[in-house]
Design a protein around this ligand. Sequence first.
Ligand code: ATP
Ligand code: MG
Length: 365
Amino acid sequence: MTEKKRILTGDTPTGRLHLGHWVGSVENRLALQEQYDCYFLIANKHAFTTRADRPADIRQSVLEIATDYLACGIDPQRSAIFIQSEVPAIDELTFYFSMLVPFNRVMRNPTLKDEIRDKGLGDNYPFGFPLYAVGQCADILAFRPQLVPVGEDQLPHLELSREVARRFDQMYCGVDPQTEDKDYVTAGGVFPVIQPKLGRVERLVGTGAPSAETGELLKMSKSLNNAIFLSDDAQTVTKKIRGMYTDPKRIRATDPGETDPRKNPLWAFHETFNPDTAWVDEHRQLYRNGKVGDVAVKNKLIEVINNLIDPIRTRRQHFEQRPDDVIDALRLGTRKANVIAEQTLQLAKTAMKQDYFPQRSVTLS
Ligand code: ATP
Ligand code: MG
């Protein structure tokens, strides 16, 4: 029997899933769960980078995100939904990997820099904050996945995972540095040089105004108070869309950049979620010419988003009534995740000559 190829991806439990997760990653997960053996990690330890003083919130968010996954249609019998802190092999790999990456290299990661700026972390972020970037290499490589579906902001992290895999395989498995990325495992490496898979929309913007610092709209983020959640009720969706940022100067502008999805969330959302492309094309033109205003375009968007979220909401209500089913899904997924992660750790330790005790069953008598 040939093993199915594996996918690994995940989310930090710092809130609930939003529309950015949907187009950036969840749509791909649903499409791929048929063909691949899927592992979906809930990175609870990484939530401690910014919320060490709020463990109850992290716990609550783990359960919310697991409920969101199930509501979106992730099937726990096929796909493993698991809790990072319950897979100890990931921590062991993190320690070894941290020896393979220069500290300055970690700090050059633009996603870390953006997070420090956008989350207002200043100079007081904990030591564990940069460590999480190395930890994420272990999250991924512990599963030796063929594919990693993510949003654009994760590409620098994935690049670090690729570097770690190459370095480990060259240093401990004798893989020739000239080897092509796709051939590292066949050349004897433990870790594949993984491939990212971007979603239909690589970076969905949030509902808020642009950053005062950069003038760019921020990405939709759980922690930036600019998200429409997959679990928001119809009224909340309406309120958020009515209050959504639109640049008043652009209402009548003729500049084609006006509807650049990176500049105007209203059109970014229509272009991403409105299946009626003829409506979008026609109204974009009318909007540009000042023949239709924000209110009408927002009202249409409210309808579109509620149509998208409605079935997810209904399934979510089902799982909210059954918290034990959510825990059972996590228990099952975590057990499955530990099997692969432990195998990987053994392979890595053997390659590093740190396998002192041969694997055999131990009896105490
Ligand atoms: P936080 O604000 O805590 O960082 P987040 O909203 O960025 O939360 P993550 O858990 O960090 O969410 O990201 C989970 C996955 O969803 C990643 O693959 C990420 O690239 C993707 N993702 C998150 N936000 C967006 C977005 N706005 N557009 C596209 N993909 C996104
Ligand atoms: Mg994030």
